[in-house]
Design a protein around this ligand. Structure first.
Ligand code: UD1
Length: 425
């Protein structure tokens, strides 16, 4: 599958953001902890959601996913499998989030080690450190990690780094542990708060989500519940950058401006007009000259690594030299080579990229190497002269719900082509 983009005119209009990928995946995993019917709403239509659905089904959970309505109904039976299939964990790293819930629920779990991925080595040592502190015995062999315990017991856990996944996995496991768990130096991302809200609505006792210390008082069981996931701040940010790079005028709705503070500040620094007062966030690039700026990725509330590639793409057309520093992942500059093929002037120096703005990008054949790198190439294609062909768009569809359709509704011209036929959405 590929996208063919032929567009160098401003994008204009209103676009509604879907539910958050990084919120819905942990919420689906956390459902393993519940007894009773669970309904999840505003579920985005993503292949990663389908992968998590397959994972839950493989474990024995009854799942019904209506991707048109964006609703998942599920219920967890008495008996569950304790081993997660290799082919699903290697397809999507977030599958590792079933480990905490299965350990808490069954007292034993066997999950393949997710290994590295295109953007870096991505270890799980902090997840395992947390489970060990809660009283699990961990063994790693033959590419699997297994954990076993008679009963998880609350503990004080200090994370050496505020890892999103480790905070989620440990928080989920702690909900059914005996006594109180305190997770210090934990991640404070909005998706952590959403997960805690979901768990609390099912009867968990979690306090402090969204701050650097989370306290979980274990309960005996969790009930079913009905939860609506938060909007996807990364999808919203991608449309906001589309307004800037095409010198257009886009209003994104179903968005929480508070979740996008660091991006909004940076968009203003590059001389875009950002209006948060109306219904949604409006970004105006029309008639404005883009200015260079520097940015460094950091854990929330810092600038998100998941927006780095898209923001760098915007900087390729800003006047002057910008520096982008990636502190979270060691190999998250794979879009650079592809952007250079489209005429961008970028040099990598260790963990930083130095971008010298150019007046124009030109269409080329390029390849999406991972999800956000793919999104950056779409943005580049929208503002390039001539035609841009992006292959391997399955990466993009892991995390963006109908990106081509939504951009086309704003005036873009993107054709999705697959297996010899042209699919114009
Ligand atoms: C989540 C997001 C991902 C985002 C990332 C950082 C989901 C499904 N994915 O990924 O989109 O890019 O947060 O905002 O929510 N680390 C360790 N040991 C560990 C765990 C992590 O060293 O046990 C390191 C990682 O290698 C990485 C950093 O911590 O350098 C951040 O990783 P983490 O916050 O755990 O990201 P994920 O939860 O995998």
């Amino acid at each position: 599958m590929k996208y063919i983009i032929q567009n160098d005119k401003p994008l204009k209009g209103i676009v509604k953001v879907s539910g958050s990928k990084n919120a819905v995946l942990p919420v689906m995993a956390a459902s393993i902890l519940t007894d009773g019917a669970v309904t999840i709403r505003d579920v985005p239509c993503l292949s990663d959601v389908q992968t998590m659905e397959s994972m839950l089904q493989a474990l024995g959970v009854k799942v019904r996913y209506d991707n048109k309505a964006g609703v998942i109904n599920l219920s967890v039976p008495e008996r569950l499998e304790h081993e997660a299939p290799y082919e699903l964990v290697c397809k999507m790293r977030a599958s590792f989030l079933v480990m905490g819930p299965l350990l808490a629920r069954l007292g034993k779990v066997n999950v393949p080690l997710p290994g590295g991925c295109a953007i870096g080595s991505r270890p799980v040592d902090l997840h395992l450190k947390g489970f060990t502190a809660l009283g699990a015995e961990i063994v790693q062999e033959h590419g699997f990690v297994s954990a076993q315990t008679k009963k998880l017991r609350g503990a004080k856990i200090y994370l050496d780094f505020p890892s999103v996944g480790a905070t989620e996995n440990i928080m989920m496991a702690a909900t059914l542990a005996e006594g109180m768990t305190v997770i210090e130096n934990c991640a404070v991302e909005p998706e952590i708060v959403d997960l805690a809200n979901f768990l609390n609505s099912a009867g968990a006792q979690i306090r402090g989500a969204g701050t650097g210390t989370i306290r979980v008082t274990g309960v005996k069981r969790l009930n079913g519940t009905d939860h609506t996931v938060i909007p996807d701040r990364i999808e919203a940010g991608t449309f906001m950058i589309a307004a800037g790079i095409t010198r257009g005028d886009i209003t994104v709705t179903n968005v929480v401006a508070d979740h996008l503070k660091s991006l909004i500040a940076k968009l203003k620094e590059v001389n875009l007009l950002v209006d948060e007062d109306g219904d949604g966030i409006r970004v105006i690039g029309e008639g404005r000259k883009l200015r260079a700026t520097d940015v460094k990725t950091l854990p929330y509330p810092g600038f998100p690594t998941d927006m780095q590639a898209q923001f760098m793409c915007l900087l390729t057309k800003a006047e002057g030299a910008s520096i982008v520093t990636e502190t979270l992942y060691e190999n998250r500059f794979m879009h650079v080579g592809e952007l250079k093929r489209m005429g961008a002037d970028i040099k990598i120096e260790s963990r930083s990229a130095v971008i010298e703005g150019v007046p124009e990008l030109t269409g080329a054949q390029v390849k999406a190497t991972d999800l956000r790198a793919g999104a950056a190439l779409v943005l580049a294609g929208l503002s390039a002269s001539g035609s841009t062909e992006i292959s391997d768009i399955y990466h993009i569809e892991r995390g963006y719900c109908e990106l081509d359709t939504k951009l086309n509704s704003l005036g873009a011209h993107i054709i999705r082509v697959g297996q010899g036929e042209e699919l114009i959405k």
